[in-house]
Design a protein around this ligand. Structure first.
Ligand code: HEC
Length: 104
């Protein structure tokens, strides 16, 4: 009886050690790539694309096309308001241009 218990415990030990060995992951855990730089830029919607083309087609007639980054959203407001008049554009077009130049 004692022998049986010993045999059983030995068997259990063997099974346990085998089981614990096989539980070691065989596949190497791949390190995940550092997350790609999060894009802050707004996605170009059709509306913004329209603003872009309005801007490019109407706002470089009298001077070079200004870089949208040259001015802040706060600065663009009065600029677009006065420039849309110079370019003979309506408020809707002016708004689209404003949205485009201030998208980032
Ligand atoms: C009819 C000619 C004309 C058109 C068209 C025109 N501009 Fe201008 N723009 C000017 C003149 C002249 C100035 C400089 C004097 C002024 O600010 O009025 C100027 C200046 C600017 C400036 C510089 C403002 C500053 O404070 O330095 C920006 C930016 C600008 N325009 C953007 C635009 C945009 C955007 C459009 C299209 C909606 C546009 N312009 C269309 C004549 C024009």
């Amino acid at each position: 009886m004692k022998y049986k218990v010993l045999a059983l415990s030995v068997l259990a030990l063997i099974i346990y050690s085998c089981a614990s060995k096989s539980s070691v992951p065989t596949t190497e855990v791949k390190k995940t790539e550092p997350t790609a730089e999060v894009k802050i830029a707004t996605v170009m919607t059709p509306e913004l694309a329209e603003g872009k083309s309005l801007y490019e087609n109407n706002c470089a007639k009298c001077h070079k096309l200004y870089d949208p980054k040259d001015f802040s959203a706060e600065q663009w407001k009065p600029i677009v308001a006065s420039m849309q008049k110079k370019a003979h554009l309506d408020d809707a077009a002016g708004q689209k241009i404003y949205n485009y130049v201030t998208m980032n």
